[in-house]
Design a protein around this ligand. Structure first.
Ligand code: NDP
Length: 593
């Protein structure tokens, strides 16, 4: 029996311990403080001449957003396409994140985009990073997207030329070329951050961020080979979010001693990964299968209403529990308050199961209790793993719990927590990525549209788009992101496949009709934003949540954040709406010239 009042009091007490008035300012940017940690450890940079040509479509970002856009354009016959990418190859987040144990958290067969097109059969229910990056490369090869790609290149300026009807793109490699269309798909978690711990720059050992894994130091490889050079090393990992949950078991296996420095425990539920049986896969892989599976998953998470659950994972389980609690209410109780209370009880049951799991798995009772998460499940990124909690049963592994306070300070030889010094050879920062810093700072440029107006100026009062994709005053610019669209964050690539199809339809239509520019009718854009604002808004921003990047580190949200909402009727309804919108050929709400 759950004592709701006592539980909520405990949640609030744990939150209060962690609230820090400096919010996001507690973190430091690698580019300014540790540029040496930001370099690409995976691919050598090759010098080249600046590019000064013209392309039909320039895509900023070579992750799945850019690749799905390029693929859909190619399918529509638009092949003059250029990726501009900071990494040394395609893959985006899967290019950078090669830490040991990295794998997708959403089932491969819906997470890995365009599987039907490349013919790849995922090997595991939750594939590991090398296979996922392999799919990114396969998409680039299948659709010939490597041909004009510029790697190790960052856009510094992107300006609409009102006379020539082209975008002028400048980069940090001295390129200055033009494009009829520009897509921006730089992703939401693309800038790694470090904790601003006093003395962090005095550490004389080795330190790196998880998104720049230094296999030269650790030995081993992203493919899972043991990190043999850690056999005589004392290693500390700071942070216990989704990344640490995946790499801690590998560090625990290979390091002489591992100190896992925890500020807030993650909720770590069962993973139950398993190989995919190719015969089973063939039985489901009839034409159009991936779209059906994508829709089925989207219909099972959130308040979607799919009859069956084909994917059967932690995400669908979470949603089904909430839904069944709500559906168990008599129809007279379907009021917002009673539905929220039913949701809350489903959450308490789930979190209580997850807390019990920590005690069942971890042998040392005190350690197990410190690994228990005291907040509602969606306050932080839910995690799933079958070896993370188990790692704390290994003799060389120590949980250094900071009771919500974080590392006190770092010195030349290690770190201090609760007045105790931990001497280590290496510190691995698993401290996440910037969220909440200005978009133009994370992207590295601020598009300049009609009349010299910057996108950040146009959105000074809040984001403003038609379908999350186009913005008035920025002709031929496509924003490949999910806000003001499906906002489907459980399976992000689903957004990209759909957005790519929409972009391809618009560009194909303009090509066929000799149209030079497109941008939203300001009235249609305003109506779209008002429609989105009429929905329930963000459901997970509970004021009692422990701080983290989901809730602006517990500080008041920027009032403009309310504009980062999705289609009120949910992702599948949005995808269906967009299918109708682009198929009838009217492209209602867009102006063409
Ligand atoms: P997170 O932002 O989730 O975690 C950062 C961690 O660093 C937190 O545990 C945080 O503690 C801790 N931390 C920060 N500052 C300090 C400090 N001063 N002292 C001690 N600890 C500190 O980053 P991740 O890289 O783990 O994950 C980011 C996101 O990337 C995930 O939420 C997920 O969306 C995505 N991801 C997805 C994966 C997948 O799908 N397979 C795998 C990995 C990541 P606190 O919680 O107290 O702030």
């Amino acid at each position: 029996m759950i004592d709701r009042d006592a539980l909520l009091e405990k949640y609030r007490a744990e939150r209060d311990k962690r609230l820090r008035p400096e919010g996001n300012a507690q973190y430091v940017r690698l580019a300014t403080h540790f540029p040496q940690m930001l370099g690409d450890p995976y691919t050598p940079r090759v010098e080249r001449e600046p590019v000064t040509d013209h392309v039909r479509f320039a895509m900023v970002g070579g992750g799945f957003a850019g690749l799905c856009t390029g693929a859909r354009l190619a399918q529509a016959g638009i092949t003059d396409f250029r990726i501009i990418e900071a990494g040394g190859d395609v893959g985006g987040t899967w290019y950078w994140n090669r830490y040991p144990g990295a794998q997708c958290d959403t089932a491969s067969i819906i997470y890995m985009p365009l599987l039907e097109e490349t013919g790849h059969i995922p090997t595991e229910k939750y594939a590991h990073a090398p296979e996922i990056q392999g799919q990114a490369k396969a998409i680039a090869r299948t659709f010939n997207l490597y041909e004009k790609a510029l790697f190790h290149t960052e856009v510094s300026r992107c300006t609409w030329d009102e006379d020539a009807f082209v975008w002028v793109i400048e980069t940090d490699r001295g390129d200055r070329f033009t494009a009829d269309f520009v897509g921006i798909g730089t992703g939401p978690l693309n800038v790694p951050k470090l904790p601003g711990i006093a003395g962090i720059d005095t550490f004389k050992g080795h330190q790196f961020h998880t998104s720049r894994w230094d296999y030269g130091y650790t030995g081993g490889s992203a493919d899972g080979a043991p990190m043999d050079r850690l056999a005589n090393k004392r290693v500390a990992i700071i942070g216990t979010g989704a990344t640490a949950v995946q790499c801690v078991p590998h560090l625990a296996r290979d390091a002489q001693a591992l100190f896992v420095v925890q500020r807030t425990p993650s909720s770590v539920d069962v993973r139950a990964n398993e190989p995919i049986d190719p015969d089973w896969f063939k039985s489901i892989a009839t034409p159009g299968w991936q779209t059906r599976w994508l829709e089925n998953f989207a219909g099972n998470v959130g308040m979607g209403g799919a009859a069956e659950d084909w994917v059967q994972d932690g995400w669908t389980d979470l949603s089904k529990r909430i839904r069944s609690r709500i559906m168990a209410l008599p129809p007279s109780d379907w009021t917002p308050d009673k539905m929220a209370a039913a949701w809350e009880m489903a959450d308490h049951e789930k979190m209580s199961e997850i807390r019990n799991r920590a005690v069942d798995v971890v042998e040392d009772r005190a350690t197990a209790e410190k690994l228990q998460a005291w907040y509602r499940q969606l306050c932080k990124r839910p995690c799933f793993h079958d070896a993370y909690l188990q790692a704390f049963n290994r003799p060389g592994v120590t949980l250094v719990d900071t009771d919500g306070q974080g590392v006190e300070r770092i010195d030349e030889t290690g770190l201090w927590v609760n007045g105790q010094h931990y001497a280590v050879d290496c510190i691995i920062h698993s401290t996440g990525f910037e969220v909440g810093t200005p978009t133009e700072e994370r992207a590295g440029f601020d598009p300049v549209g009609r009349g010299g107006q910057k996108l950040s100026e146009a959105w000074a009062d809040g984001m403003c788009t038609l379908h999350g994709l186009n913005s008035a005053g920025f002709p031929n610019l496509f924003l490949v992101q999910f806000a003001q669209a499906a906002n489907f964050i459980v399976n992000v690539p689903h957004n990209w496949m759909e957005t790519g199809t929409t972009i391809a339809a618009i560009v194909r239509h303009m090509t066929d009709h000799g149209l030079k520019t497109t941008e939203p009718d300001p009235k249609a854009q305003e109506d779209w934003v008002n429609l989105l604002l009429s929905g329930p808004g963000m459901m997970i921003n509970n004021p009692d949540c422990t701080p983290g990047y989901y809730n602006n580190e517990g500080q008041p949200m920027d009032p403009r954040a309310k504009y980062a909402v999705g289609y009120p009727a949910g992702p599948n309804a949005f995808f269906r709406y967009m299918d109708g919108w682009r198929s009838n050929g009217a492209f209602k709400g867009l102006l063409f010239a």
